[in-house]
Design a protein around this ligand. Structure first.
Ligand code: 5GP
Ligand code: MG
Length: 178
């Protein structure tokens, strides 16, 4: 079993590089099948964790899409949510009437997603959909329109996801083990 140490914690592989690629590809195909007006589409990636996934999704879509980023934090350097979402960087785009697709790494409690959805609606977006790579099936949100895979209640790292800012460059997904 593949195991690594990041700072003070041990992580073991949950999805191999190939399994991760398959999850991303399937998710991208679903988006491609269901979004037809790419001219009106604005992909908004959630920094920092959502960026590798955002890039892979963006490159798999045809047409002239618009891309921007926001930065939201809820975990700090911990392995559990602080319970409060902070928007550290907002988009400067005019979202009025646009079809926004939020692209994030993972939904846990759903607070970040809910916060961002409301935020873009208040900026006048015509529609706001959510795409996340992993979904922990929290209780606060309705199911995201697109997601790669359910996962259990594990804390994971890799492919953008960090533990205390480390592990984002890993090409597989690892979970915290005891
Ligand atoms: P939520 O607001 O849904 O509770 O948390 C969403 C954000 O918390 C994610 O976008 C991600 O940045 C962070 N997060 C949630 N679960 C994990 C996890 O298992 N690992 C890492 N590295 N970050 C997580
Ligand atoms: Mg995130």
């Amino acid at each position: 079993m593949k195991t690594i140490i990041i700072k003070d914690k041990k992580f073991t592989e949950l999805f191999s590089e190939q399994e991760l690629k398959d999850i991303v590809t399937l998710c991208a195909q679903k988006i491609k099948r269901t979004i037809n007006d790419t001219e009106n589409l604005v992909l908004i990636g959630v920094l920092n964790g959502g960026i590798p996934f955002m890039n892979d999704i963006a490159f798999s879509l045809p047409g002239n899409i618009t891309i921007d980023y926001v930065r939201a934090v809820s975990y700090g350097d911990n392995t559990y949510s602080s319970g409060k979402v902070e928007l550290l960087l907002d988009t400067q785009l005019d979202l009025r009437g646009k079809d926004v697709l939020i692209v994030d790494d993972i939904i846990d409690t759903g607070r970040t997603a809910k916060f961002l959805k409301n935020h873009f609606i208040s900026k006048g977006a015509g529609s706001v959909r959510l795409c996340c790579l992993f979904y922990k099936k929290g209780t606060l949100v309705e199911e995201p329109e697109y997601f790669g895979s359910y996962i259990g209640d594990d804390f994971i790292v890799g492919y953008g996801l960090d533990y205390a800012q480390k592990g984002r460059n890993l090409k597989n997904i690892l979970k915290l083990s005891d």
